[in-house]
Design a protein around this ligand. Sequence first.
Ligand SMILES: Cc1cc2nc3c(=O)[nH]c(=O)nc-3n(C[C@H](O)[C@H](O)[C@H](O)COP(=O)(O)O)c2cc1C
Ligand code: SF4
Length: 477
Amino acid sequence: MNPAPARALTEPSTILRLLDSWSATGRPLGLIEYLRYHGPVPRPVRALIEFVEEAGLTGRGGAGFPTGRKPRAVAEGRCRAVVVANAMESEPLSRKDQTLLATVPHLVLDGAVLAAQAVGADRIHLCLPRTRATQLHTLAAAVDERRSAGLDPLPIQVEALPHGYVTSESTAPVHWLGGGTARPTSSPPRTHQKGVRGRPTLVQNVETLAHVALIARHGADWFRQAGTAASPGTTLVTVAGAVHRPGVLETEPGTPVGTLLRQAGGPDQPLQAILLGGFAGTWLSAPQALGLPFSQEGLAPQSTPGAGVIAALPQDVCPLAETVRILAYLAAHPRPPRPPPAPDRPAARTRRLPPPRRRRPPRRQRPHHLPHRRRPPPAPRPLPTPHHPARPIRHPNGALDMTAADRETLRIDRIACTGHGQCAELLPELLTLDEWGYPVQHDGTIPPDLHAPAHRAVRGCPRLAVRTVRVVTLAVP
Ligand SMILES: Cc1cc2nc3c(=O)[nH]c(=O)nc-3n(C[C@H](O)[C@H](O)[C@H](O)COP(=O)(O)O)c2cc1C
Ligand code: SF4
């Protein structure tokens, strides 16, 4: 299945907001033109967080989290906050963030500055994968243009991060910006409490920030004039695979999948299946998917829009082989490499130089009266490092003497979960809700007497975000 190119497809029949200027001019706007087109930014927008809450904007990075909640929590932090604009776009089939930054970079930068002012942040990091060298260069130039115009009251730093599937999860850029590796860290503490160098950090997808810039200009009611009551506004969707014009569309949530495929030129051959939501999404058969409204509520419970990806699979491609390819990609991308220490970033670990090698003096220089020293016999090789916390694994004649312990545990998909809390009501013994209304799991294992309520909580989750998995533990008897 081919990924879509990063190109904006603008349909005259749809409401365009983010891609409006692109549709009108066909080129990215410089700062002056941009301000003329969209109007100056009303600053400072003190009530921005309320506007965003009233507008019902949800995050466009994949999880669909209500955008008003995070800035409020960050603003309540005790020290100066940091804003991270997440343009990592690691979903291999998505091109929407890349397209947005190529077409209206100043809308994203405005949104980041407005969000930073609303939460009291003193710096903004715009994070992109370092593989997008040209875009990094263009964005650095756009930031310089704003700096020369004296537009932004706080610094914006364009950051080039290692590219990998998990380097875009919010804790990974936060860890990297603090001098660590671009790998997700455990949470809690959440980034809004303790993020970059321990400071409250607002991580927001770049499309979300562009919507914030428009809400600050036009208000919540204007934002709600598009979309559905549950998913207001417009949203960017990448249409990939077997269509005539793969690319990025701006659409209203709730538009049927079949209409979006038509707007991308229509299928270029008969379709058998459609992948909704990208690599972490769901395959549906083509007849099943085409009529579904593309929105969180419209795709539930089978799927979610994720980061807004629709990929069409033609009939002559084996879906199993495609799934294996996706799984192989995900398996190969568990961890990005450790970044080389830059001069301004302290190395995570200092390397010690090896001790100088001792040499035996030549025979004629050795004293004759000393007995010939033999190399001591090698020490017995230590047993392998124990994987089991209690005892080491033994290797008698290469045979492992192990028993398998089987248990059932819960897994929560943090992207799919919308935090409406039903699972914790059905299974309060194992799940409680955090201050955001998202389930937190307390005990890894489901005790036998809680199997029935646990399975009820799984069946009751409208987002299929909670499931049970069997874990087999190998232990030495
Ligand atoms: C594996 C994984 C990959 C993610 N990739 C992205 C991404 O590419 N871009 C993004 O904005 N958010 C991504 N997220 C979500 C971020 O963790 C975070 O929720 C998001 O940037 C918050 O912004 P939003 O609320 O505006 O969506 C990813 C999450 C996970 C678990
Ligand atoms: S029921 Fe599902 S969607 Fe609702 S909070 Fe629990 S896991 Fe999340």
